[in-house]
Write a new protein. Structure first.
Length: 269
């Protein structure tokens, strides 16, 4: 089925997007476009050139963050294809969504059927697309093609939901995962387990840091958890991740939020 999949890389590299955002075109005669991407460089022209005279059956969004969705409206206008996304992410005023997707919804292409899989955590509207005929799942920002972590941070991120979403992907038993950033993951079981281990390690580090430092704010835990090797451009994202972990620990009854914005372990005063 590899001849029925085309991948286009948008020119938007950064520490958060790695080498850029990938747009996937599944099918030839009746294709679906997954994550048309940002309005950067000539990416819209590249998508239109790849489609040729074929009108997509759908423009599918894993979520509405701009680096995935900015071109959705323009591509819809140019091709007449409907935009489809899961609700909850905002952006309704510019995306002009034709169909709101729910878990299990099917989108039929000439390469097989894509099934929407609700995978919140990175964002509340995040959805992956399962392509059973190819044993593949397009996972958006749920996992990255490099490293062992992705952004899960308030106000959109939810760590408990993220961990459940990893389990949901593992349950599909895919043979390949296609993240929006970075190359394909050809050992999905290992990748999902690695991402879960990383989160569990961070949770343990936060617990240890709180035990040593006492009540703290996320920013005060940064160096203890991430160390001096943290890239300066990623400090804000790392602080957001700590917010999500502290929220998770609080929801689990392992920590408590204090009125002054600090958190402490549940048994500490």
């Amino acid at each position: 089925m590899t001849d029925m999949l085309r991948t286009l890389l948008a020119p938007n590299p950064s520490p958060m997007t790695l080498d850029g955002t990938r747009t996937f075109i599944v099918g030839r005669e009746r294709p679906a476009v997954i994550d048309p991407g940002p309005s950067a460089g000539g990416h819209l022209s590249a998508i239109l050139d790849a489609l040729g005279d074929h009108i997509p059956v759908a423009i599918l969004l894993t979520h509405v963050h701009g680096d995935h969705s900015e071109l959705a409206g323009a591509l819809s206008v140019r091709t007449g294809a409907p935009v489809m996304a899961a609700p909850g992410g905002g952006g309704e005023e510019y995306l002009n969504v034709s169909r709101w997707l729910a878990h299990g919804d099917a989108i039929r292409t000439d390469a097989g059927t894509l099934h929407a899989v609700a995978t919140p955590g990175h964002a509340p509207d995040h959805v992956s697309f399962h392509w059973p005929e190819a044993g593949a799942v397009f996972v958006g920002d749920l996992l990255m093609g490099e490293g062992d972590t992705t952004l899960v941070a308030p106000p959109e991120g939810d760590l408990a939901a993220y961990l459940r979403s990893l389990d949901r992907i593992a349950a599909l038993s895919p043979t390949v995962l296609y993240p929006a950033h970075g190359p394909p993951l050809t050992d999905p079981a290992e990748a999902v387990a690695r991402y879960r281990r990383h989160r569990e390690m961070r949770i343990e580090q936060v617990v240890r840091a709180l035990r040593l430092a006492g009540p703290s704010r996320p920013r005060e835990l940064l160096d203890a958890v991430y160390g001096p090797e943290l890239h300066p451009a990623l400090r804000s994202a790392a602080e957001g991740s700590l917010h999500a972990i502290l929220g998770y620990l609080t929801a689990e009854g392992l920590a408590r939020a204090l009125p002054d914005g600090r958190h402490s372990l549940a048994g500490d005063r």
